[in-house]
Design a protein. Structure first.
Length: 154
């Protein structure tokens, strides 16, 4: 028996754009089904919006996305995250964490994901990781990127 957990992100009309952006960051294949694909009349507002979207890469990255019915990209996604006096303060219910085994790989993801983002904590060595960083991307999703620390087998 096994179990898989996939982060499912809720967007306000820009799920397709977000998935395509994340594909440029992490690679993989995007699959999208719209409300119109599930029977909403094509001339109805929102019929072209994403009801089921997924990005999946060969190396295991997977995220799903959805456009909240009736919400627009101009409506606030809600929540904010910032660092203050060495502490992360947030009212967001979750962050998306991506852990790499190599700093160069994490840096590559960071460089692409940070385009248009608000950097909360720059990607740098920390007490617990060779690389740790936090940002909120252009779609309002807060990401933590880090590098798995080597375990001393001693």
């Amino acid at each position: 028996m096994s179990i898989t957990t996939t982060t499912h992100l809720n967007f306000r009309g820009d799920a397709r754009t977000a998935l395509e952006f994340y594909r440029t960051v992490f690679g993989g294949q995007v699959s999208i089904a719209t409300y119109g694909d599930f029977g909403m009349p094509e001339d109805a507002p929102g019929s072209d919006k994403v009801v089921f979207g997924q990005l999946e890469s060969d190396d295991g990255f997977r995220v799903m996305a959805y456009d909240v019915p009736g919400a627009s990209a101009t409506s606030s996604p809600g929540g904010s995250t910032r660092r203050e006096n060495g502490v992360t303060l947030t009212d967001q219910p979750f962050f998306v964490s991506v852990r790499s085994t190599a700093l160069a790989e994490a840096q590559g993801y960071w460089d692409k994901l940070s385009v248009g983002a608000s950097v909360i904590e720059p990607l740098a060595a920390s007490a617990w990781s060779p690389g740790f960083g936090m940002l909120t991307d252009a779609f309002g999703v807060t990401w933590i990127l880090d590098v798995a620390a080597e375990v001393d087998a001693g």
